[in-house]
Design a protein around this ligand. Sequence first.
Ligand SMILES: C[S@@+](CC[C@H](N)C(=O)[O-])C[C@H]1O[C@@H](n2cnc3c(N)ncnc32)[C@H](O)[C@@H]1O
Length: 245
Amino acid sequence: MTANYDSIAQQYKKSKELPFRLHIEAYTFFNLLGDLNGKSLLDLACGEGFYTRQFKQKGAARVVGVDNSDKMIELARQEEASQPQEIEYIVADVLELGEIGSFDLVVAAYLLNYAQTKEQLLKMCQSIFANLKPGGRFVTLNNNSEQPPASYPITEKYGFIKSVDEPLTEGTPIKYTFKVDGEKFSFDNYYLSQATYESALRSVGFKEVRWQKPIVSPDGVRQEGQEFWQDFLNYAPMVGIECVK
Ligand SMILES: C[S@@+](CC[C@H](N)C(=O)[O-])C[C@H]1O[C@@H](n2cnc3c(N)ncnc32)[C@H](O)[C@@H]1O
């Protein structure tokens, strides 16, 4: 299952320089995460460690990153070797992960949208829940299932576009195409309804499940103007989720 990131690892890393990544994605994510000081944190689908490194920089005491792409973890380990932060990186599939520890926080930027079925989603949610302390939080960013496909073209000005070949039903592939420095690359996510996400998260035992619309940073507004971001906010392509064990 899942997209194979081995072939697009470098390009994906480059896409993290797009302004929306900083001013909306990271801003929304860190707002949900709150104070990381002294916390233990498991970063699932950590990719090349873009956020993983920031968690450590923001004071997390212990950070473990997991991804099923050898290439992504290779890039993450290269960064760790050149600037050691004592981050541990593991190549593993979240579907098969089981319990590897007991963390204050489990995070996963763009993991759940790789589940193609309700069953796969449940397995991911079980792995997440199993690695959290009681009272611990799961914080994630995800494809926003609620964005109407008619509005997909509107995100082109932010550097990416989604497309579908058929009406959205459970498991429909959603193709993301990024354009960074004039170069295009694509990968697929999979549609599952918001109700399916909500029910999977609750059925593994999460007591609270909160949905967070994207928000834009004051710096982003200063640099690009509110008008530039308004379509992103109105037709949110992604969404944040916060769950409490
Ligand atoms: C869109 S990238 C996000 C990377 C990182 N979280 C970030 O925001 O920069 C999605 C990542 O999920 C990983 N992935 C997808 N399915 C996975 C699975 N079942 N287990 C572990 N990693 C997975 C991919 O290899 C890829 O690195």
